[in-house]
Design a protein around this ligand. Structure first.
Ligand code: BGP
Length: 475
């Protein structure tokens, strides 16, 4: 029977803005994620096309309360411990620690909140995996500095890193510098606080912001290793290999180009330099980046210790302009793959694609990998006792976990762990809905914010517990 090696970090993942709520409590400052409403304006705001820097009464803002984990974290972590979690991935909300972002001293109340949360994990022997920035950026930094388009952001970010590395050293070993760093190209405001000005060269701004994040990520890696040499710093990609629609060489070439758009970030973070294909692309597109003389050395000397990624679906591309049938994807475009089924939100389901992605990432980087997001967003209908029989979720996860085990056991991919996405139901990042649920635990709340917030275990809860207990032998 195939299973994972001992010490494999089974668990689940969440992000502060999608679960904590308490958006102005404990001295927390307003962040980009708090002004992105649910509903029809969400996409325009998240992509930086519609400037809405404050909240109004006409919109509903799901981050403000989310699932209220700011107040229920003890009860929630207990549930994760009941499932036998070895690892819990969560993010620190930047604006809890630095409410405006440019202060010199951190907000003690914010630090205390994560002291408690981390201690609660450690109490159950759960290894914390901390995302430093999961899409959030203090609004003050956006309004006064233009967010990541400004090089000053590197210092603000490092000041934040310094505060949390020093505070949680000895307790937190695994860190991720930026969640889905490539999403900056697709959702610039949600991913990096970038809102465009009239007539601005958007692609230039995005790559300049990316450069600043890449340097910040390298300097955070350096800082972490100085503060505690045991810390392991990872990058994080919204992954999923791109297939060619046909074996026509033009399609195959297109699929390589598409993959490079994403791998670009990890190529820099893991290999420590801008790949030649990117330099040529910038030349062709007339993109000229401001790169400080020291940046080359910073990037080269401070590459990541491991590579993490989210995987929901593979992607498909064609060089033929007539092939346009789009699939709904995780913020990154793809055409529809006729060999795959799709979720209720149109995300294509491709378990073997996870094995393919794991193998290509390992072939390319030869560093330990970590699957930090994977899961099925689905409509759950509880029975009269509030119980959800989510066999569809179990099936999705069983197939993906089996493919992941094959990558490790049959292909020799080095894999640190697996934290499925949204272990407890939370707000959807792309749509702002509650209805799109991923969890093993049902949270009673609807898209408009109504509900008791009561937590109920789903069928998948007991199933995942057995998977962890058996180290993946029992699927
Ligand atoms: C990733 C994000 C997560 C998460 C997940 C599922 O892109 O890192 O924050 O939300 O996707 O996406 P969604 O919530 O849109 O279904």
């Amino acid at each position: 029977m195939k299973k994972m090696p001992d010490g494999f970090l089974w668990g689940g993942a969440t992000a502060a803005n999608q679960c904590e709520g308490g958006y102005l409590e404990g001295g927390r400052g307003l962040a980009n994620v708090d002004v992105i409403p649910a509903g029809p304006d969400r996409f325009a705001v998240a992509t930086g096309k519609l400037k809405m820097f404050t909240c109004d009464d006409e919109h509903y803002y799901p981050s403000h309360e989310a699932i209220d984990m700011y107040h229920t974290y003890k009860e929630d972590i207990k549930l994760l411990a009941d499932m036998g979690f070895k690892c819990y991935r969560f993010s620190v909300a930047w604006s809890r620690i630095f409410p405006k972002g440019d202060e010199t001293e951190p907000n003690e109340e914010g630090l205390k909140f994560y002291d408690c949360l981390i201690d609660e994990c450690l109490k159950y022997g759960i290894e914390p995996l901390v995302t430093i920035v999961h899409f959030d950026c203090p609004m003050h930094l956006i309004e006064h500095y233009g967010s990541w388009r400004n090089r000053k952001m590197i210092d603000f970010y490092l000041n934040y890193c310094k505060a949390i590395f020093n505070r949680y050293k000895g307790k937190v070993k695994y860190w991720l510098t930026f969640n889905e760093i490539n999403i900056l190209m697709h959702m610039p405001f949600m991913g990096a606080g970038i809102c465009f000005e009239e007539g601005e060269n958007e692609i230039q701004v995005k790559y300049q912001a990316a450069h600043h994040e890449l340097v910040a990520s390298a300097l955070a890696t350096k800082l972490a290793h100085e503060i505690d040499p045991n810390m392991m710093i990872g990058c994080m990609l919204a992954a999923g290999n791109t297939y060619a629609n046909t074996c026509a060489p033009a399609d195959v070439w297109k699929s390589i180009e598409k993959d490079r758009e994403n791998y670009f970030f990890i190529d820099v973070q893991s290999r420590g330099e801008y790949p030649n294909y990117a330099k040529k692309f910038f030349e062709r597109e007339g993109i000229s980046l401001e790169i400080a003389p020291e940046d080359e050395t910073i990037l080269k000397e401070n590459t990541v210790d491991f590579i993490s990624f989210s995987y929901y679906a593979s992607r498909l591309t064609s060089a033929d302009p007539n092939v346009t049938a789009a699939a709904d994807g995780n913020m990154i475009g793809s055409i529809r793959n006729p060999y795959l089924k799709a979720s209720e939100w149109g995300w294509q389901i491709d378990p073997l694609g996870l094995r393919i992605t794991l193998n290509s990432m390992y072939d390319r980087y030869q560093k330990p990998l970590f699957v930090v997001e994977n899961g099925l967003g689905a409509v759950d209908v509880p029975d009269e006792n509030g119980y959800v029989e989510d066999d569809y979720r179990i099936e999705y996860m069983r197939d993906h976990i089996a493919a992941m085990i094959d990558a490790v056991v049959l292909d020799g991919v080095e894999l640190l762990g697996y934290t499925m996405w949204g272990c407890i139901d939370l707000v959807s990042a792309s749509t702002g809905e509650m209805k799109k649920r991923y969890g093993f635990v049902y949270v009673d709340k609807d898209n408009d914010g109504n509900g008791t917030l009561k937590r109920t275990k789903k069928k998948s809860f007991d199933w995942y517990k057995k998977v962890i207990e058996s180290n993946g032998a029992c699927l």
